[in-house]
Write a protein that binds this ligand. Structure first.
Ligand SMILES: Nc1ncnc2c1ncn2[C@@H]1O[C@H](COP(=O)(O)OP(=O)(O)OP(=O)(O)O)[C@@H](O)[C@H]1O
Ligand SMILES: [Mg+2]
Length: 508
């Protein structure tokens, strides 16, 4: 029998409480090994140990039969092990080319050889099939999906024997996922082992050879992907769903919350007419860069519109949204896509992150924060969203990626906000929590709120929405009532905005 590339045996790691307990994993060369588990199960921690970022408390690893104990990320690189992290690590002020090669910038007589740098970057982007990025673009101007692609390209630039991908597709569109998978196939064919972390079952089914499941830091399953069923994997990941947490689902009677008329902004949004109703979930589909996020930001006053008007409901004067402060005053809340940059205060406590938007509600009549009331409200959200933590005073940075995401959702759920705009609300969230979030969003709509959800996963939108609007190239190309949509119709509408001949394309 061939020796696994990496053998992990009896690994333990504790923070305030144990995170990994007697964890084991065998990773074979030339195979894709999927690592699954609920938010906070210990997946990222395990990868950090493999990469020398965090030391284990005990246990051992063997690389091709020899002891392997990296003290730093450089040790891991020397051992042929690289990782694309769950959180992006690019430098916003540098260009695509500089980010790709900043560890080894080409120089000539000690001076940066810019021409060489751009040629190398263009070659690399071409090899990995990323044609949508240019070497001279500034990374800060890229969307989060493009940044994630760039991060992947950076890892693909260097040869390695084990590549760890920690939720690489969380911000990618379907064609970008295909691109990544082609690269993965190319690497495994050349003998590279891949450790692949994802919450998306269909991806795992597509590419995994082996699957392991972590549950509260224990390896509860390891086996061949071919024979294990989805149901078995889900049951290994967590206890069965508490259906009572899903909330009320009866649809409320709808009435207009916002009417968008002729909204335009710098070619990113073009002539958008759309009604948003109280008591419904409006899904917004579209490819990356189609204008979905821009539309939410315009409604939230984060970007100024150049054309058109937003009316609060049937008769009233248009809203003047100069900034998010105005939007919030009108009861509009946005839960952004890029939570690390815009959503979560990493050094602040869980308590602060959840309650700071609602302190006026949590203050008693003498102006003091009602700590008991605050504690209760936050605790309820932590339970409703299964946020895995040890105490409310823990800094947000110490939570797992998915649990940080849930914090920014919790914050808006406790705020009494009648119009809620969610940009990719379940990105990086595990399967069980996903359905809990769907239940909570439905409950918000059933309580009469207007809920708008942008998602890259069409299956998520079709399962959740009462109506689906499709954006393409800045246009709103279709709106579908429940029952009228199919996956093909949504996809066709997502490409229709590129058809330059068709200018005004809102087919109802
Ligand atoms: N620096 C830290 N200090 C304290 N606790 C930590 C720290 N890093 C991780 N943890 C805890 O370890 C547990 C496992 O976290 P980890 O990030 O490994 O989870 P994960 O499986 O990657 O989850 P996700 O799917 O959400 O990314 C979590 O409960 C987290 O709060
Ligand atoms: Mg993680």
């Amino acid at each position: 029998m061939t020796l696994p590339f990496l053998q992990i045996t009896g690994l333990n790691k504790s923070y305030a409480t144990p995170v990994l307990e007697n964890t084991h994993l065998d990773i074979s060369a030339g195979k894709v090994h999927a690592l699954m588990g609920a938010n906070g199960a210990g997946k990222t921690t395990l990868c950090n140990i493999i990469c020398g970022i965090t030391p284990a408390d005990s246990g051992y690893m063997q690389r091709l039969g020899r002891p392997y104990q990296p003290d730093s990320i450089l040790d891991a690189h020397h051992a042929g092990i690289r990782m694309v992290m769950q959180e992006l690590n690019l430098i916003a002020d540098l260009t695509v080319a500089e980010n790709l090669f900043f560890e080894r910038l080409p120089t000539r007589y000690g001076i940066l050889n810019l021409e060489q740098l751009h040629t190398d970057a263009a070659t690399l982007l071409h090899t990995v099939g990323i044609n949508e990025l240019s070497p001279s673009q500034k990374v800060g101007d890229l969307g989060i999906g493009q940044q994630q692609l760039l991060e992947i390209a950076r890892a693909l630039a260097l040869p390695c024997q084990l590549l760890i991908l920690d939720e690489p597709t969380a911000a990618l569109s379907d064609p970008q996922v295909d691109l990544l998978f082609n690269n993965i196939k190319r690497l495994t064919a050349a003998g590279t082992a891949i450790l692949y972390i994802s919450h998306r079952m269909e991806e795992i089914k597509r590419i995994a050879d082996d699957i392991s499941v972590l549950r509260d830091g224990h390896t509860v399953f390891s086996g061949s992907a071919e024979i294990v069923s989805t149901q078995t994997l889900i049951s290994h990941m967590a206890a069965p769903l508490d259906e009572s947490a899903q909330g009320e689902t009866t649809p409320a009677k709808t009435k207009p919350a916002l009417r968008l008329r002729g909204i335009g902004r710098n070619e990113r949004l073009r002539g958008i007419d759309l009604d948003i109703q109280y008591g419904e979930i409006l899904g917004i589909a579209g490819l990356m860069g189609s204008g979905r996020t821009e539309l939410l930001r315009a409604i939230y006053g984060a970007d100024q519109i150049n054309e058109g008007k937003i009316y609060p409901d049937v008769d009233k004067q248009p809203l003047k949204l100069k900034s998010p402060v105005d939007a919030v005053a009108h009861g509009i809340g946005l839960i952004p896509e890029d939570r690390k940059q815009q959503g979560v205060f990493l050094t602040q406590s869980i308590r602060f992150n959840v309650s700071f938007l609602s302190l006026n509600r949590l203050t008693n009549r003498w102006g003091w924060i009602d700590r008991v009331g605050e504690h209760k409200v936050i605790q309820q959200q932590i339970e409703a969203l299964s946020i895995k933590c040890d105490s409310l005073d823990q800094p947000a940075a110490s939570l797992s990626g998915g649990n940080q995401q849930k914090l920014s959702i919790a914050r808006w759920l406790i705020r009494d906000c009648p119009i809620l705009l969610f940009d990719e609300p379940t990105r990086g969230v595990d399967i069980h929590t996903k359905s809990q979030i769907y239940g909570l969003l439905r409950a918000q709509a059933a309580a009469g709120k207007a809920v708008v959800v942008v998602s890259s996963e069409n299956s998520e939108l079709t399962g959740l929405s009462d109506r689906i609007a499709v954006m393409s190239n800045g246009f709103l190309t279709a709106t579908f009532e429940q029952g009228d949509w199919t996956s093909e119709l949504i996809t066709a509408a997502a490409f229709r905005g590129f058809d330059a001949a068709r200018q005004s394309v809102h087919d109802k």
